[in-house]
Design a protein around this ligand. Structure first.
Ligand code: ZN
Length: 425
């Protein structure tokens, strides 16, 4: 081959490789580290619900717009046919894992390591609710929060020793509003609420003390209600004890000792509707025993959708009907909740509930936490905590997760070049 045509051939090969990798032209300084192109962006906080490109620079969202020039990016991911949404927030999980014996969800082996579950489901923020109390929060922080790549936040248990199960959670003497508030003030933005759960005595004290600490520190209280002997009134909880912004979790549960929200005639109880009007937050909180289609289907038909959709992730829920956040969100899709609202429940609304307005949206300048989701169509089945199945035809799957600008999950390599063109070993 003559020198000139060899040169042309080499140029052509180089051009081909450069195009297929979608690299910026030689000498051009890429403006963005990553551009996710042509995806359907759902960013409820900013009112975006259209095909757009999302550009990331460093750890931040740089721009969301149509037609961003891919030549301006170091790396391009083509999200055609997929949904691009804010990194999902799960406001009810149990990630204070550890090896203490008989410690349940507080440094025990019923809790799970956050990174093992979060990114593969599009989650960038997990909120541990009640694993730690004011006594063992420093250990939780050192052992889990500071080491995880997932953003881990906490609702402090009103019990100082946390959610260790058994008599420890029944000890009224270890429920101290003042010390709980002190610990919250030490970690603003990381401890974002207070949890009440599992107390089975006849007193309201765990609730009133949690609310007192919440009032002092301006954080919400989440209540896992039920199991009291004699039973306490759900109506009083929702209308008298809790403040607007406080949260009832396990909304669609029907368990011994808690009045279900849907009555025997299939109607949502009037005081539950009134509670929603006064600003009580209803969280799905699926878990291993707290989500029944016999409650959720009639409630959804009547328009009683959850404000937030959470997993109640732990070893007792992850391999049963709950599975993960996307399976849980898919249940609500198949019960008729629009995709936009399902995404909102796990992004901007979840962020609002935990008062972290910096999270849950794709505004320019915000932390680049992004999930790219595939809404699969087909024949699927979803199981509730009583073992009953709901047939469905849509299911969410996570293709790509970006946390602080870094790709932390890439199911099918959408952000990667072909191995034949990969210049990095
Ligand atoms: Zn829980």
């Amino acid at each position: 081959m003559e020198r000139r045509s060899l040169h042309i051939a080499l140029c052509a090969v180089f051009l081909l490789i450069a195009c297929s990798l979608q690299l910026p032209a030689a000498g051009q300084n890429p403006e963005f580290d990553l551009v996710i192109r042509n995806g359907h962006v759902i960013d409820p906080k900013n009112g975006v619900n259209a095909v757009m490109d999302v550009a990331v620079s460093g750890a931040k969202i740089a721009r969301v717009a149509a037609g961003i020039d891919p030549a301006l990016a170091k790396r391009v991911a083509d999200a055609t046919g997929l949904y691009v949404v804010p990194g999902l927030i799960d406001i009810h999980a149990h990630v204070f894992y550890g090896t203490d014996k008989d410690s349940y969800l507080s440094n025990g082996d019923s809790a799970v390591p956050p990174d093992n579950h979060s990114f593969r489901s599009g989650q960038t923020t997990l909120v541990d609710v009640g694993g730690a109390g004011w006594r063992d929060f420093p250990r939780f922080k050192e052992q889990v929060i500071d080491r995880a790549r997932t953003r881990v936040l906490s609702f402090l248990n009103i019990v100082g020793s946390g959610m260790k199960g058994g008599p420890i959670e029944q000890n009224l003497a270890d429920m101290d509003a003042r010390l709980t508030a002190m610990r919250i003030r030490q970690h603003p933005g990381v401890i974002v609420g207070i949890k009440v759960a599992h107390y089975n005595g006849p007193e309201w004290d765990p609730i009133t003390r949690a609310v007192a600490a919440g009032r002092e520190t301006n954080v919400p209280v989440m209540v896992d209600f039920g199991g009291h002997t004699p039973p306490l009134s759900l109506e009083d909880l929702l209308l008298k004890h809790l403040r607007p912004g406080d949260i009832l979790t396990h909304t669609y549960a029907q368990v011994a000792g808690r009045i279900p929200i849907v009555d025997e005639k299939g109607q949502v109880r009037p005081y539950v509707l009134e509670a929603r009007k006064r600003g009580i937050i209803f969280d799905a909180g699926h878990g291993g025993g707290s989500f029944l289609f016999s409650q959720a289907v009639p409630a959804m038909k009547l328009g009683f959708t959850p404000d937030v959709i959470s997993t109640d992730l732990h070893t007792g829920s992850m391999n049963t009907g709950m599975k993960d956040i996307l399976n849980t969100m898919s249940k609500f899709l198949n019960m008729g909740m629009p995709l936009h609202d399902v995404i909102k429940a796990n992004s901007s609304k979840a962020a609002e509930v935990i008062k972290r307005s910096d999270l849950g949206h794709l505004s320019a300048g915000a932390e680049a936490d992004i999930a790219v989701l595939n809404l699969r169509r087909g024949k699927f089945g979803f199981i509730d905590t009583a073992g009953g199945k709901l047939a469905g035809d849509q299911k969410l799957e996570c293709e790509l997760t970006v946390k602080g600008g870094q790709v932390v999950w890439d199911l099918n390599g959408m952000s990667r070049p072909l191995w034949t063109e990969n210049r990095k070993p």
